[in-house]
Design a protein. Structure first.
Lengths: 331, 197
């Protein structure tokens, strides 16, 4: 009698997918972006990545110990938060700022709400915005890329979006030289945060997640589609002032945000209609903040604001229960 | 309840900010520094004690149906006194607190004590209650202001605490910092309470 009779309610067939497996796949999908960052920014990017990831893991252990819960760093969710946080920081981030961000992400962004699955906001973005508001100088000191073998140290400069915003605020015109280098932007040869620079590497990672069916098309398509439509509209109205939609796509954190942070399972709607709505909202807010807001980049604010709206979206897009009539018909 | 108990309950067990969660608007809005918190707390304490005295003395005269408007008129009179005094004697603090001084009128802590305590108790307990609640409120605002000032500007009551290499955590003196600091302090108090039990 070594076998016990095992009683449980449905479902009885398990796909074998676990949190740890999903998280591991997401980590793999982020590796190309990390690789490109280390290629373009060198050891400074690597150290930011390491500090953020180790900081998040350590904070998770400390928090869970303090609260007397089982330590769950093996599921990889804290590591992902750390990597995403690092990808959102400038390569020249001082070590204490990165570490502080990691502590904020896990302690205030995640564990105070009850840990994985209970946090209303994306922890990495919470930390990024806390750092952006607290340390505006360090968070907006960007470096020009200096690929391996070029013999350059990092040079401080502005991001393409920042450059555009400054020019428009001063002269009302877009700087002329910004139109040319789309291919460089696409490959990642531009100043920016560690992870946002290479659209190509991010798309490679996203393709892997699509292949593993961890990502569905709804949020990224709605998000990027809205940005293209709305920014295209402004571009058609005044191409002298507003950059074209391709520029919006390949500079800044749109690809990183749309594929890796607006698709966080915990903080986004569950129904397909809800996901589309969420994506459209993110796109609208991003373009509005980029074109008319005080900050040059709006992806992180847009996603956080839509995170806040997620419970409401979920409530209004709840699918009809099968087999029920609508209220009016019953009466 | 003795007078002593009436006085002491406001500091911890029924602390306005951290236990009753009353008067949160000034508690979150003006506590960007320990000094502001202290000033706001003391101004509120003065109004609270005075309004408790008047409400308690007049509790048999005020008809129940119009008690809330009567309380508001009484409170508003004392707030006007405080506002004019602050404008005359502590002008810098007056400017720092700004709109939140006239807004003491609608501080739900004061109206709450008038309704829940002063209108039902005799003069002396009402005074003790007003003092305790007001000083407890002041203490809460001072602590909240001190924490936010310490991390947000690296100073305490205007004196530099950390070395010059300290990077102030600007978030803490901005509105989100108020909520985060308040939440963490509340959690800390709950932890202490749970330990004692």
């Amino acid at each position: 009698m070594s076998q016990q009779l095992y009683l449980s309610s449905s479902p009885h067939i398990h796909s074998g997918e676990t949190t740890a497996k999903v998280m591991r796949a997401v980590i793999y999908s982020l590796l190309p972006a990390c690789g490109v960052a280390v290629y373009f920014f060198g050891p400074s990017a690597l150290s930011v990545l390491l500090i953020a990831t180790l900081g998040c893991l350590a904070t998770e252990v400390v928090c869970q110990r303090l609260m007397g819960q089982p330590v769950t760093i093996a599921d990889g969710s804290a590591a992902i938060t750390g990597i995403l946080l690092a990808l959102n920081l400038p390569p020249s981030s001082p070590w204490w700022m990165t570490l502080f961000g990691a502590v904020v992400a896990i302690a205030i962004g995640k564990q105070v709400y009850g840990g994985l699955g209970s946090n209303p906001f994306n922890p990495a973005l919470v930390a990024r915005v806390v750092l952006l508001i607290s340390f505006p100088v360090q968070m907006t000191t960007w470096s020009a890329p200096a690929p391996f073998g070029s013999g350059l140290d990092l040079v401080t400069t502005a991001t393409p979006l920042g450059e555009w915003k400054n020019a428009v605020m001063l002269t009302g015109q877009m700087p002329a030289e910004m139109q040319g280098s789309m291919m460089n932007y696409f490959l990642g040869n531009m100043p920016g945060s560690i992870g946002e620079i290479s659209a190509l590497a991010l798309l490679l990672g996203a393709a892997y997640l699509f292949y593993r069916r961890i990502l569905t098309w709804h949020i990224p398509t709605a998000f990027i589609g809205t940005v293209i439509l709305l920014s295209g509209l402004f571009w058609l109205i005044n191409p002298e002032k507003y950059p074209n939609p391709v520029f919006h796509m390949v500079t800044g954190g749109l690809i990183l945000g749309a594929f890796f942070m607006a698709t966080d399972m915990v903080t986004t709607p569950v129904s397909t209609r809800g996901m589309l709505l969420f994506g459209v909202g993110c796109g609208l807010l991003t373009v509005l903040i980029r074109l008319f807001g005080g900050y040059p980049e709006g992806v992180s604010f847009a996603i956080l604001l839509m995170n806040a709206a997620t419970p409401l979206i979920d409530r209004y897009t709840r699918p009809k229960t099968f087999g029920t009539l609508q209220q009016e018909k019953v009466q | 309840m003795t007078l002593n108990q009436d006085f002491r309950k406001g500091f911890w067990r029924e602390n306005a900010v951290f236990r009753l969660l009353l008067g949160l608007c000034p508690a979150l809005a003006v506590t960007t520094s320990a000094e502001n918190g202290l000033g706001m707390g003391l101004a509120t304490t003065f109004v609270l004690v005075c309004s408790n005295i008047v409400v308690s003395s007049l509790r048999k005269v005020i008809p129940a149906k119009v008690r809330i408007p009567s309380f508001i008129v009484i409170i508003a009179s004392f707030v006007t006194v405080v506002q004019l005094c602050m404008e005359a004697y502590v002008y810098d603090l007056y400017k720092a607190l700004g709109i939140f001084i006239p807004l003491i009128v609608v501080n739900c802590l004061i109206l709450g004590r008038a309704e829940a305590f002063a209108s039902k108790n005799r003069l002396l307990p009402a005074v003790a209650d007003g003092m305790g609640m007001g000083l407890g409120f002041t203490l809460a605002l001072f602590v909240l202001g001190a924490v936010r000032e310490l991390f947000g500007s690296g100073t305490l009551l205007g004196y530099a605490v950390f070395g010059s290499s300290y990077q102030p955590l600007l978030l803490m003196i901005l509105p989100p910092g108020a909520f985060i600091a308040m939440g963490l302090l509340l959690a800390g108090m709950n932890l202490l309470d749970a330990r004692q039990r």
